[in-house]
Design a protein around this ligand. Sequence first.
Ligand code: PGA
Length: 251
Amino acid sequence: MRRPIIAGNWKMNMLISTAAEWVEEILGKSPLSDSVDIIVAPPFTALAVVRERIEGSRILLAGQNMGPEAEGARTGEVSAAMLKDAGCNYVILGHSERRQFFAETDELINRKIKIACDQGLNIIFCLGESLDDRDNDRTHDVVESQLAGGLADFDTGQLDRLAIAYEPVWAIGTGLNASPEQAQDVHRFIRAWLEKIFGSERSAGIRILYGGSVKPETSAPLMAEQDIDGLLVGGASLKSDYFYDIINFSQ
Ligand code: PGA
């Protein structure tokens, strides 16, 4: 049994003050489910305040991105070691917004994934097809090439650090979510690929999350699918009430 992950990706939203309020609100509700891993990815500027406020709770911290080098002259970048130092257990890598707006390639994402693992971070590795890919029946091909590129030469000894988030680009921030059946189809495809490359035993524990316009009312049907092991939630994670409901509906 894979333990579900419910992760909130705040993207470029929330100030230090609103981030602190969010944590207070969510921890002020009845105890958070202990049958799922709960992760929140604030912007870098709010990591410290969120870390301080979640101390002793079940919420884990993630970075939204990091640089592909360990350290050095890279103005504006944040390293894996800095994320760890700031209290992160996880980092989100390969998000479609990084691919689209910051020209991140599979090769760059692969370097980031390896360095993050080497520095002891867990990864949420995002991938997914565009609407054009889906309309032209290229979903599996695109997902396969993102998997092969992002996980090239991945050290199998690090597989327990890896989670994958299937996020169809056409469903992110659009209100159009993939149906549970559409998501399950791609999740099953991803699982079969992982089994082929890493072996079924070694890859059995890898959690595959769905992301793209997840809301409280869509979370339970998605989580009911066999190969959906969690949710990566953008917009709806900004509201503590919604995120709390998604956690509860996803057990
Ligand atoms: P969304 O974002 O829930 O706002 O669609 C999901 C994501 O980009 O991770």
